[in-house]
Design a protein. Structure first.
Length: 111
């Protein structure tokens, strides 16, 4: 089942991760390195039972983002994972911790 055909793409994203078919664009890897977010943390966030689609974006194709996943790593740290997908791939486009002033809380944008 393609991620873009689902209301909730998380199961498709998790399946891609478990099949080692979740891709990371160069920008995402740079952001992970500069923000000290590890691949293990990304895996924890995607596998956590609280993982949820925080925002959906119009499906206009890669490399545009399709959704933001909100979840927590094993230490309880909230992380946003921005995902883009097509019929061929599911790709992480960036990752970050939701912090002020852009984010009031992990699930609410700032002013």
């Amino acid at each position: 089942v393609l991620a873009n055909s689902l209301q909730n793409p998380i199961p498709s994203i998790q399946n891609a991760k478990h099949r080692d078919e979740l891709y990371f664009c160069h920008h995402a890897l740079e952001m992970m390195l500069s923000r000290r977010i590890t691949l293990f943390q990304i895996e924890e966030v995607l596998d956590c039972t609280e993982a949820t689609v925080l925002e959906n974006y119009p499906a206009i194709g890669l490399p545009s983002a399709h959704c933001v996943i909100l979840g927590r790593d094993g230490d309880g740290k909230y992380i946003h994972i921005v995902i883009a997908y097509s019929s061929a791939i599911i790709e992480v486009t960036t990752v970050y911790e939701p912090t002020p002033p852009k984010w009031i809380s992990p699930n609410q944008r700032g002013g």
